[in-house]
Structure formats: structure tokens, C-alpha cells
Write a protein that binds this ligand. Structure first.
Ligand code: F6R
Length: 608
């Protein structure tokens, strides 16, 4: 979602800000702007659309100055126009503000400011906050920001500068991530670590309710009421090469091809072959505590919600603990039944999804122990949970989630083993699972080696406006995930359905123009899914089936098949999802879509 960057130091700010905004492009945005302190005033440039439009605006008239800030906006209040783009100025034009999040009481504040003669240019809540800070300014920007934020309800990550205090940036956080980047004789602030990596690896994460005061040679963290607090300095482990495309046409393709390695990283150090068990210190769950868990709720959004459904099957089947899967956005508003014997697992690649964060806070408040399966180190969710596991699959830049999904399923398999070995699972069975998990990286590689076959199959979607994805049991969530991937990056409408449920409605849609993708490995429900494929065939439907080797029965019925290696039934999603990720990628490329930044989507959804 929106990106924030600020720079203060000896160098020209404009090129640094523009490069940092480029590094955050993957988050999704619809307008951009920068503000630089220049000649005793603030020079602002803004443009609707992609960063290249802003870069065009700046050509030949780049603002000169060594303190500045930049923003990419994903519209929430007001259309994605130049006037609504950030930065916004206060009434005097001497204070500028960039903001991620939503100021919930902005309407009331605006009304009061209007009554006192303020004039607003944009429709944004951000401009209201800029005016409020300006009104409270009495020669000390830091105190004016703190005073304004004490009056504000809602979520924000902000950076503020004033023409009257050159060489100072003020940042604050409540709900939207802010990280300080500490350099040599220069300091930065950003909403995303990737914006800082060109300059430093030393970072300080602000927590909710905290502010920072930055100059070139110093920084100080405080709260809205106290002048100074101590914060640890962390080191970023990712490097720039990791977040660049590495020779692939798109980040999404690179990330799909990284999966043998990324799931290996997720498992590294956790598998205990000898005892057929896992050791995940981060879960902070003793055997006694784990035995006390009577019920599990997994909460997440989107792709992470699909992995949660697979986790439910694994946990119920192997550990026999009743498990519910909840959309995070629904969970918090429906008075959920949660108590101290309920374990809540929040899954999130970004660790910043507002709905998932709110659900876990709700669960915590109701007395549940909350675990997080999160990719981004230091993210808000990872810091709010009682324990958890980092996915360690590396930065996921493509908006469509791919490698995070397989890592989430692997992480859930490990959590399952932890519970199952304490309850029902034998040593031998545990060892069998560990062995199967260890084979997965090589098996994914086998699937990836056949990517050209999928590329050919993609042409079967030429001219299609709808597609149906079918699966059963643990592969039903894979059908949902395949359909989500297709629709979000190729804009073809797709539905995922439990294969047998299809006859209760969607079967009416089937004709020779609609591709039907069936996920049908040779598992416990294989015979059943063969009948479902026959039902599709009988209506002239064209089936593309994901199968295991030597599946003559389905090969006879399907128009096309793609073979994935065999594994334990509950682990099949980790292999069957790969061809569906590739399929959506190639279909989208054939249709000329912007694969890495699909329209209307953001990588990290930090608003409710
Ligand atoms: C789909 C996708 C989204 C995310 C969802 C949750 O490809 O990326 O559906 O899965 O927005 O995001 P996280 O996992 O960051 O909480």
C-alpha cells in the first residue's frame, strides 16, 4: 500500500527519494509526490499515476535541497488525483506532511478548522492533519506534531517537515509501519525496509504511539507525551540482490522459481529426523501448554486464508484438534467464542494486514494465546503475537502471493507435527512426514522444470472470460488459490469450487468456452473427482487436470494434463499449487497484463 520515505543529510534529497519510492513500487499505488526544503521554502511536486509520470514532471527542474520526503499514495479518501496526492501543506504553506493510514475523526477536525478559516485544497484526511499541526505550531515542530496526534483517532504512519526547521524530520506511527534507517552523517525514515537498503542496514522500528525526531547526525525516539525512550537498533538481513529480479521477466516468476529454496529456508533448523518431530523455539509453546489447547482458530486474508484452510485439514486429520478458519475481517466483528484454551494462529506474509492484525488483537484481548506465521521480520503482527514462526521465504515483491503460500503451508505442516506428536502421531509416522517434507524442494524443482508445458497450456485461456477451478479435500483450497491467482493478475473471472459442489449451481456455466482446471492428485478422494470430471465432460467442458504420473483414467477424460510428483496426501497442495501459479502467470503475460502490479491491488493492505 502507500509508501513513505524521508531523507536528511548532506546529499541531494530528490534522487534519493525517487529511488526509494521506486523500491516501494511493488506495494501498489496510484499517485506520487515529493517535498524538498529549498531556499527557505518547501518545493512540492506531485503527479497522479505511476512514478514515471512524476519523474517526467521533475525532468530538468529537480528541487535542490538536502532534506525531503516522498510518498506513493493508494487512494482511500478522495480520488487518485494530483491534488489529492501527498505531500500536503498546512494553511501557512510552511509545514508539509505525508501519511499512510486513515484519520478516522478527520471530518470533525476539518469542520472545526473550517470554522476557524482554514481552506482545504484536497479531499484528503491527510491535509486535515497537516492543517491541525500547522495550527498548533508555535516554533517547535516536534511538539506541534505530538499535540496534533493526541487529538487524532485512527491509523497513521507520517513524516512531517517545516521550512522553519530545516534539517529536521519528524516521524510518527500508530498502526502503519515506520522504520528509521540510520546512516553515516545522514538518516532516513520509511514505511518499508526496502526503501532504506541502498543507504543502511541499521534500522529502528517504531511501535504504535511512538515518534522520532531525525537530523543528519542524530535521532531520538519518544512517545506523544515523553521526550525520549530507548529503542534497540536492528540489522536488516535482506540485501538488494534479493529484492531485484535476478534475470526473470517479473518478480512473480522469480518468486515462483524460488520455491524449492524458499520452503527449504522455512524448514531449516526445525526438522528433527531422529524423533520425527519439529523444534520451533519461536512458538514458545511448552509440551504442557500445547497439550492444553482444546481448539484452534486460524485467521488470515486472501491467499493466507487459503493456506489456513489447508492447515485446518492437517491439524484436524493429524492432531485431532478442532480447528476453525476465519476471515480476519469477519472475525473481529462477530463476537467470536475464544477463551484461554483456544489457540489463535494469525497468518500473514506482510505482517501488516490491518484486518489480520485487528483479529489477533481481538483474540488476545479475549484471553487467547496468539501465534503468528509471518514473513516480514519486525512487522507489526510479528511483534504483537505471543510466539510464532518466521516463514523466511525472503521478500515477496510481486503483488500476487506465491512463495509465501507454499512457505505458509510448510509452516502449518510443522505446527501440525508439533501438536500431532504430542497426541496421536507415532514416531514412525512422524519420521514419514519429516521425510516427505524434506523431499518437497526437489519435487517442486521437478514441477518447475516442466514450466514450458504450462506455458503451452496457457493458450487454452485465449478468449476466455471465465474459468472454473475444482478440487476436493485438501486440494479444494488449492482450487480457490488457483482461481484467485488467475483473477487478480489476468482479470479473467474465475471461481474455485469443491468439485462435487459444482453440480449444485456452477455446472450451469460449463460450456466449450470455459476452461475447467481440476486439481486431482491420486489421493483418498481420487475416485470421486474422476466422477466430477465426467460430469464436466458430459456438458462439453474442457478439462485441464493436475494429476500424478500414470493417471490413465483422468488422462483419457481430460483435454490436457500436467503431472506433479507424489507425496503424502496432506502435503499435495505444496506441489499442486505450483502449476496453477505458473498457469495464471503465463495467461496474464499473454494478455499483456501488469503481472507484478495488477490494477487496484496493493501488496500490503494496511487499511480495514
Ligand atoms: C493474493 C494476495 C492477497 C494476500 C492478502 C493477505 O495473491 O497476495 O490475497 O494474501 O492480502 O496478505 P498478507 O498475507 O500479507 O496478510
Amino acid at each position: 500500500m502507500c509508501g513513505i520515505v524521508g531523507y536528511v543529510g548532506p546529499k541531494q534529497a530528490t534522487p534519493i527519494l525517487m529511488e526509494a519510492l521506486r523500491r516501494m513500487e511493488y506495494r501498489g499505488y496510484d499517485s506520487a509526490g515529493i517535498a524538498v526544503l529549498n531556499n527557505g521554502g518547501i518545493e512540492i511536486h506531485k503527479a497522479a499515476g505511476k512514478l514515471s509520470v512524476l519523474a517526467g514532471e521533475l525532468e530538468g527542474r529537480e528541487p535542490v535541497g538536502t532534506t525531503g520526503m516522498g510518498h506513493t499514495r493508494w487512494a482511500t479518501h478522495g480520488a487518485p488525483t494530483t491534488v489529492n496526492a501527498h505531500p500536503h501543506l498546512d494553511q501557512s504553506g510552511r509545514i508539509a506532511l505525508i501519511h499512510n493510514g486513515i484519520i478516522e475523526n478527520s471530518t470533525a477536525i476539518k469542520k472545526a478548522l473550517l470554522a476557524r478559516g482554514h481552506v482545504f485544497l484536497s479531499e484528503t484526511d491527510t491535509e486535515v492533519l497537516a492543517h491541525l499541526i500547522g495550527e498548533l505550531y508555535e516554533g517547535n515542530l516536534e511538539e506541534a506534531v505530538a499535540a496534533a496526534l493526541r487529538d487524532v483517532d485512527g491509523a497513521y504512519g507520517i513524516v512531517v517537515l517545516s521550512a522553519d526547521e530545516p534539517g529536521t524530520l519528524i516521524a510518527a506511527r500508530n498502526g502503519s509501519p515506520i522504520v528509521l534507517g540510520l546512516g553515516e552523517g545522514e538518516n532516513l525514515v520509511a514505511s518499508d525496509q526496502s526503501a532504506l537498503l541502498d543507504h543502511t542496514r541499521s534500522v529502528v522500528y517504531l511501535d504504535n504511539g511512538e515518534m522520532a525526531v531525525l537530523s543528519a547526525n542524530s535521532y531520538r525516539v519518544r512517545t506523544l507525551t515523553t521526550r525520549q525512550i530507548d529503542k534497540p537498533v536492528n540489522q536488516i538481513e535482506w540485501d538488494l540482490a534479493t529484492i531485484e529480479r535476478g534475470g526473470f521477466d517479473h518478480f512473480m516468476l522469480k518468486e515462483i522459481f524460488e520455491q524449492p529454496e524458499s520452503i527449504e529456508n522455512t524448514m531449516r533448523g526445525h526438522l528433527l529426523e531422529e524423533t520425527g518431530n519439529v523444534r520451533v523455539y519461536g512458538l514458545k509453546l511448552s509440551d504442557t501448554d500445547a497439550k492444553k489447547v482444546k481448539r484452534i482458530i486460524i485467521t488470515a486474508c486472501g491467499t493466507s486464508w487459503h493456506s489456513a484452510l489447508i492447515g485446518k485439514s492437517m491439524i484436524e486429520e493429524l492432531a485431532r484438534i478442532p480447528t476453525d478458519v476465519e476471515y480476519a475481517s469477519e472475525f473481529r466483528y462477530r463476537n467470536p467464542i475464544v477463551d484461554s484454551e483456544t489457540l489463535v494462529i494469525a497468518i500473514s506474509q506482510s505482517g501488516e494486514t490491518a484486518d489480520t492484525l485487528a483479529a489477533l488483537l481481538e483474540a488476545k484481548q479475549r484471553g487467547a494465546r496468539v501465534l503468528g506465521l509471518v514473513n516480514v521480520v519486525g512487522s507489526t503482527i510479528s511483534r504483537e503475537v505471543h510466539g510464532g514462526m518466521y516463514l523466511r521465504c525472503g521478500p515477496e515483491i510481486g503483488v500476487a502471493s506465491t512463495k509465501a503460500f507454499t512457505s505458509q503451508v510448510v509452516a502449518l505442516a510443522m505446527v501440525t507435527l508439533r501438536f500431532a506428536r504430542l497426541r496421536t502421531m507415532s514416531l514412525l509416522e512422524g519420521r514419514r512426514y519429516i521425510d516427505a517434507l524434506q523431499q518437497l524442494p526437489a519435487q517442486i524443482q521437478q514441477v518447475l522444470d516442466c514450466a514450458p508445458e504450462i506455458e503451452k497450456l496457457a493458450s487454452r485461456f485465449d478468449g476466455a472470460t471465465n474459468a472454473l477451478y475444482l478440487g476436493r479435500g485438501v486440494n479444494f483450497p488449492v482450487a480457490l488459490e488457483g482461481a484467485l491467482k488467475l483473477k487478480e493478475i489476468s482479470y479473467i473471472h474465475a471461481e474455485g469450487y469443491p468439485a462435487a459442489e459444482m453440480k449444485h449451481g456452477p455446472i450451469a456455466l460449463i460450456d466449450e468456452n470455459m476452461p475447467v482446471v481440476v486439481v486431482a492428485p491420486r489421493d483418498a478422494v481420487h475416485g470421486k473427482i474422476v466422477s466430477n470430471i465426467q460430469e464436466v465432460r458430459a456438458r462439453g467442458g474442457k478439462v485441464i487436470a493436475i494429476v500424478n504420473k500414470n493417471d490413465e483414467e483422468i488422462s483419457r477424460l481430460a483435454e490436457a494434463t500436467f503431472i506433479v510428483p507424489e507425496t503424502l496426501d496432506l502435503l499435495t497442495p505444496i506441489l499442486t499449487v505450483i502449476p496453477l501459479q505458473l498457469l495464471s502467470y503465463y495467461v496474464a503475460v499473454n494478455r499483456g497484463c501488469n503481472v507484478d502490479q495488477p490494477r487496484n491491488l496493493a501488496k500490503s493492505v494496511t487499511v480495514e
